[in-house]
Every structure is written in C-alpha cells, then in structure tokens.
Design a protein. Structure first.
Length: 178
C-alpha cells in the first residue's frame, strides 16, 4: 500500500510538471515567457540608452510627432487612457523591418524643468508592410487602427504595473505636458 501511495504522488507531480493539469503553465513555460520579456527589455534598453541625452535625437534622425503629449483611449480589456508623453519617431524605420536594435518610436515624459525623461517606446510596422501582426521575442504586436499598423509597446525605462508591453501605463506623469 505504501508503494502505491508513493507512486501515486510521484505520478501526480510528474503530470503537473509536464503541463498535465489543465489551465496551469509549467515552470518551464513561465521561465521562457520571463526570459523573452527580459530579452525584449534588454534589447530595447541597449538600443535607446543614448537617448537619455535628448540632444542626440535630432542628429540621429528622430522627429517629434506633435508638440503636445500624445493621449488616446484604449478600449481593449479593462480599457484606460494611453499616455505616451512626447513622442518621437524615425520615419526611415517605418519600412516593415522589425529590428530589436532599432525601435521606430520613443516616448518621453516632460519634466518640471523642461527636460524630457525617456520612458519607453515601441516597435511599429505599417499594415501595408506587415499584413499580419509580427512577433518579437515571442511577443505579438497589437493592431492599432488609429495608426494603421501593428505596435509592440515597451516600457523599458518606466515601470508599468500592467506589464512591459501593455499600452496603458498609469505611471506616466502628464503634469508637465504642453
């Protein structure tokens, strides 16, 4: 009897570890998902660290999208307001090429002293160039009707309690937005 109980416990743990319980993720799947997000964050940070010094934006071809902070309503899931701050983009990168070392869009939070603080940005692909949503580090881009493209938001420099790639970040401070 004792061998039967031990064997039953062993088989039960084996089933859980192999994903045998419906609705549960194995530790391996969780670890892979976390690794992908960490790799995405690391790649974005490596690609954008130099833009903490905003004087480098213009010389590298970044163009300010609009003079005021970008805001829009987000209707998916629980909804919310997307505040991206001051947005810069690289028009030459809007070509359908997804390169982890070359994001297309950057977000900056205006500060009281007039400086801009880098918060994150996005990888973007126009729908004409990407008819289906691309993926990067196993993260699928979202279709954004207002921009006519697929976007992957990355809050690499400002913590987002909704997740690294969720468009809505309640930590964005719009107090000093023009």
């Amino acid at each position: 009897m004792r061998q039967f109980v031990i064997m039953s416990v062993f088989v039960g743990f084996a089933a859980i570890g192999c994903g045998g319980v419906e609705g549960e993720f194995s530790q391996t799947e969780d670890a892979l998902r976390d690794k992908d997000l960490n790799d995405l964050k690391r790649a974005f940070r490596q690609a954008t660290a130099r833009y903490h010094n905003t004087a480098r934006l213009a010389q590298d071809g970044w163009v300010q999208l609009q003079p005021e902070c970008f805001t829009e309503v987000f209707s998916e899931g629980g909804g919310g307001t997307i505040n991206l701050g001051i947005v810069f983009l690289r028009p030459d990168r809007m070509d359908g090429t997804i390169d982890p070392s070359a994001p297309e869009i950057l977000y900056f939070e205006p500060q009281a002293n007039g400086n801009l603080k880098l918060m994150g940005g996005e990888y973007f692909c126009p729908v004409d160039a990407c008819p289906t949503p691309p993926t990067l580090f196993n993260q699928t881009f979202r279709f954004e009707e207002d921009t006519g493209g697929h976007a992957l938001h990355v809050w690499a420099w400002l913590q987002n309690p909704n997740g690294l790639t969720h468009p809505v970040n309640p930590n964005v401070d719009t107090t000093h937005c023009p």
